[in-house]
Design a protein around this ligand. Sequence first.
Ligand code: MN
Length: 165
Amino acid sequence: MPKVQARPHGEAPARVAHRAATAAFGWQGVEQRPYKEDERALYKTITRQVLFSDPKMAGELRYFEVAPGGFSTLERHEHMHGVLVLRGRGHCLVGDEVKRLETRDLVSVPPMTWHQFRATTDEPLGFLCMVNAERDKPQLPTADDVARLRRNPAIAAFLDGKPRT
Ligand code: MN
C-alpha cells in the first residue's frame, strides 16, 4: 500500500509557529472580518480576529478593532478579560468606572462586571483580549440595568458617546 500522508501537500498545518503581521493590524492566515453594524445597536463597527486558539490551551487571545466612534457590546459574564490596547485611544467602562484609554494601557475586567470599550472619533481603537477558552455566554443589560448605570453621570456621558474624562 502506498504511504498515506497525514496532510495533503500544501495544506496549512493545524498549528503554525509563525504568522507574519500584515498591513494595518492583520496577521497571515487569520480571518479578518469587515466592520459591521448591529441592528439593535448593541455594538458598532467592531472587528474580531482570533490570534491564538488551540484545544491544548486554556485561554484564547483575540484582537478587536473598533472603528472611530464605534463601541463594543455592553455586557457582563462570569469569565474575565485581560486587555492590552495596541492601537489608538478611547474610553472603557468597567463596573462603575469610566477610564480614559491610551495605547499600551492594560484593563482587567472582573467576573460579572458591566464593560464596554469605545474608540475616540478620530482613529481606530485596537486591543488584544485574553479570555478563557471555555467560557459562559455574555449577558446583555436589561432596560433596568441601563437605567441604573445611567444614574452615574459619568457613565451616562460615556454611554452617550461623550465621555467626560
Ligand atoms: Mn466581554
